[in-house]
Design a protein around this ligand. Structure first.
Ligand SMILES: Cc1ncc(COP(=O)(O)O)c(C=O)c1O
Length: 399
């Protein structure tokens, strides 16, 4: 098998169990339940629900906390398009709060300024593996009766002031897409300590089957009842966002091996961080006291005017590195927003709404073009070493 550090015997064993059982759907087998139970325990939450992506988890979370037509959802603009898409999918209104220039995470003071009577959820992101500042966000949520949905797609193993982040927010959402710390190929898993919220999320992700429970995605029912023509299956609105059993088999194995994945990423990240100590213009994402950073990717703010971002990246490539990824364009800078195409999702609601490309979130606007993300998703220090060496040589070259 190629990439054996990523998928090994454990994954194969669980996959074989699924195939041998003859059950492939998330409503029929038990691998999803096993993955959910193991994951919930690992991250410190009572309930976990698997999904087919870390976008559908967020969609279900918004729906479960009651976000609907015309409600405002506060999120950061420095993130993947998913956070915007799910707000639009609910016919809700995106409200962008600015970010902190050092942690790159949402600024709770700006969130406070943006709360209105129509705010129905706060959806911060724990960006790149570093927790958002949960205490003030939770305090705001409690003060105004607004749930906090922490998008921890990139933040497996992340601690906030010594606590596992999933113990804190109302809902915490993870992605198991291919680049994440643990992966099911594509997929997501969302956790909460509230049974009703878990139940609503599960129903939203599985066609609103009445038989679903917060702790069980299988649709088990007495055959005499289920086969009867009068049987009514659905008591809620839902999509089909289920995770297949084969993916859940990978998820269970990867959850059991999570510490290994966290550890290797941390070690590789440290190599980059050590290399960058020679270059004061590469300012690493700031990790406040009591936090950890589990480094989905290693990110620096590039503070140099005499060498362009692109020229710097080019040198890293020439020296054998995997290049440098830029951060996503800010959500309101994406073409779907600037072209107005997003307004077709709900013309009566969005017609008069605009997000100026300059001035909506000034800190994020200055920060985004400076960010440099380095790949740390390798299976060993030996594999990572030449990539880090490319950075060292680039630093020397531009000394
Ligand atoms: C911060 C963040 N939120 C949400 C997502 C969406 O996850 P997915 O790609 O599994 O839909 C991702 C990953 O792509 C992400 O990085």
């Amino acid at each position: 098998m190629k990439n054996t550090w990523r998928f090994g015997e454990l994954e194969l064993n669980y996959l074989r169990e699924v195939l041998d059982s003859g059950f492939g759907s998330g409503t029929s087998g038990s691998m999803n339940n096993r993955f959910e139970t193991a994951f919930a325990e690992k991250v410190g939450a009572k309930y976990a629900v698997t999904f087919n992506s870390g976008t559908s988890t967020l969609h279900a979370a918004l729906d479960a906390v009651g976000v609907g037509y015309g409600d405002e959802v506060i999120t950061a603009p420095l993130t993947v398009i998913s956070n915007l898409d799910v707000i639009l999918a609910q016919n809700a209104v995106p409200v962008f709060a600015d970010v902190d220039p050092d942690t790159f995470n949402i600024d709770p003071e700006d969130v406070a300024r943006k709360i209105t009577p129509r705010t129905k959820a706060i959806m911060p992101i724990s960006l790149y593996g570093l927790s958002c500042d949960l205490d003030p966000l939770m305090a705001l949520g409690q003060q105004h009766g607004i749930p906090v949905i922490n998008d921890a797609a990139e933040a497996f193993g992340t601690l906030y002031k010594g606590r596992r982040i999933a113990e804190i927010a109302d809902v915490t959402s993870y992605s198991t897409e291919n680049s994440k710390h643990i992966t099911t190929g594509d997929g997501g898993i969302v956790v909460t300590n509230d049974e009703a919220t878990a139940n609503r999320m599960r129903k939203f992700g599985s066609l609103g089957y009445a038989a679903l429970k917060a702790t069980d995605g299988r649709i088990r029912s007495n055959k005499d009842i289920f086969q009867d023509p009068t049987y009514k299956r659905h008591d809620a609105y839902g999509h089909n966002y289920r995770m297949p059993e084969v993916a859940a088999a990978l998820g269970l194995a990867q959850t059991e091996r999570m510490e290994w994945f966290l550890d290797i990423r941390a070690q590789i990240s440290q190599l980059y961080l050590d290399a960058a100590k020679e270059a004061p213009y590469l300012v690493p994402q700031y990790v406040p006291e009591g936090y950890n950073n589990t480094y989905w990717t290693v990110v620096f703010r590039y503070e140099r005017d005499d060498v362009s971002w692109q020229d710097y990246r080019q040198k890293v490539v020439e020296f054998g590195g995997d290049g440098i990824y830029a951060a996503w364009a800010l959500l309101y800078h994406e073409t779907i927003m600037t072209s107005g195409a997003w307004k077709t999702r709900c013309p009566p609601l969005y017609a008069d709404l605009d997000f100026p490309v300059a001035g909506t979130c000034p800190v994020a606007e200055t920060l985004q073009p400076k960010l440099m993300q380095f790949v740390n998703n390798y299976g060993s220090l030996e594999e990572a070493e030449p990539k880090v060496e490319a950075l060292r040589r680039t630093i020397e070259y531009f000394a």
